[in-house]
Ligand binder design. Structure first.
Ligand SMILES: Cc1cc2nc3c(=O)[nH]c(=O)nc-3n(C[C@H](O)[C@H](O)[C@H](O)COP(=O)(O)OP(=O)(O)OC[C@H]3O[C@@H](n4cnc5c(N)ncnc54)[C@H](O)[C@@H]3O)c2cc1C
Length: 322
């Protein structure tokens, strides 16, 4: 296939065995596996991984504490070492070609043919609309005890109530500090929630929240409507987690309801309900940490390679079509 002008300008070919949409841990892991078995792979990455606001990535064995950007740069080099191409661009559409393969449309104007597609586009954290939260996200406004809990141990930690989620977060953070306060923000606790929080030593504060207090590039407190300020050096919020699944929904991928919202349905290898399209990482579930996303990418890479091998051999009539 001839390269279009836009593809030539991007330095990419007209066709690849696999196009991976999204170059976070999930997508790059899939590309690494595929490159190592000599599949031609293009990773198209818009460059906004979910944990970009955080200075450190925790809990990834052997890389605990590494800056997230550094981690991805290392994996990009590893992918390139096996001939994989990583392009900074955005996929706007994946169009079935009618023969079981796909045309991938790029925002820059390019168009690439892909025999198979892996979607690893992550999710968006929709933060509560409270003054101060967005500017401190990933620094001292947090959501996850596994990502940031150790770093704020023994500090004064405020938690924003949003029904079960806020209570769950307050209970988890109580493992890390005896100074956890749950801000009810006008909400009400059930008797059971109140008892659990009391057993964990978490105080509940009634009253609506007005915003965060930031001094010298540091969170120092939580302000209530009326002006009262409670000291806090970390504030935990429950973001609404929305998969970046535009490419998948346009393909008609089946979705499923999860406790964290609606996510694409995938099998254990990441295969979606659309043959030839896999999805991995946070695009498929809110609980996928970096190591899970990388693991899912690996599994998908293996499955995609098997599917391609089967297709190749079938085409050569060494296997009968199933
Ligand atoms: C503040 C914060 C801190 C965190 N800290 C940790 C931690 O310490 N340890 C841990 O394990 N987890 C942590 N996480 C979770 C971690 O961010 C995710 O587990 C991880 O990013 C999931 O990887 P992914 O590959 O699925 O998605 P992402 O890393 O989000 O990567 C998706 C990529 O796809 C790109 N993309 C999206 N749409 C398109 C498109 N249409 N075309 C091309 N590219 C596209 C995005 O720009 C992005 O680069 C943290 C999360 C947050 C919010």
């Amino acid at each position: 296939m001839a390269r279009s002008g836009a593809n030539a300008a991007n330095g990419i070919a007209a066709a690849y065995d696999v196009v991976v949409v999204g170059g976070g841990a999930g997508g790059l892991s899939a590309a690494l596996v595929l490159g190592r078995v000599r599949r031609s792979v293009l990773v198209v990455d818009a460059g906004e991984p979910r944990n970009a606001p955080a200075a450190h990535m925790q809990g990834y064995p052997s890389r605990d504490g590494m800056p997230p950007g550094e981690f991805l740069a290392v994996v990009r080099e590893e992918v390139a070492g096996y001939g994989g191409v990583v392009l900074r661009d955005t996929v706007t559409e994946v169009v079935p070609d009618g023969a079981g393969e796909f045309d991938v449309v790029l925002a820059s104007g390019g168009r690439v043919h892909a025999r198979r597609v892996v979607v690893a586009t992550g999710l968006v954290d929709v933060l509560p609309d409270l003054p101060g939260v967005a500017g401190r996200w990933g620094r001292d406004v947090l959501h996850c005890p596994y990502c940031h809990g150790w770093e704020v141990r023994d500090q004064r930690i405020g938690v924003m109530f949003r029904e079960d989620v806020g209570v769950h977060q307050a209970l988890l953070f109580s493992q890390l500090s005896s100074e956890v306060t749950l801000f009810l923000d006008g909400g009400e606790l059930t008797d059971e929630q109140g008892e659990l929080l009391a057993a964990a030593g978490v105080r509940a504060v009634a009253g609506k929240l007005a915003g965060l207090v930031v001094e010298g590039d540091r969170l120092t407190g939580v302000r209530l409507v009326g002006g009262e300020v409670r000291e806090a050096s970390a504030f935990v919020v429950p973001p609404r987690m929305v998969p970046r699944d535009g490419v998948l929904t346009a393909l008609g991928v089946r979705t499923q309801e999860t406790p964290a919202g609606t996510f694409p349905e995938v099998d254990p290898t990441g295969l979606t309900s659309v043959p030839g399209v896999w999805a991995v990482g946070n695009a498929t579930g809110a609980a996928e940490q970096v190591v899970n996303a990388a693991s899912a990418g690996y599994r998908a890479g293996v499955a995609v390679n098997a599917a391609l091998l089967h297709a190749d051999l079938t085409a050569r009539r060494l296997l009968q079509p199933v």
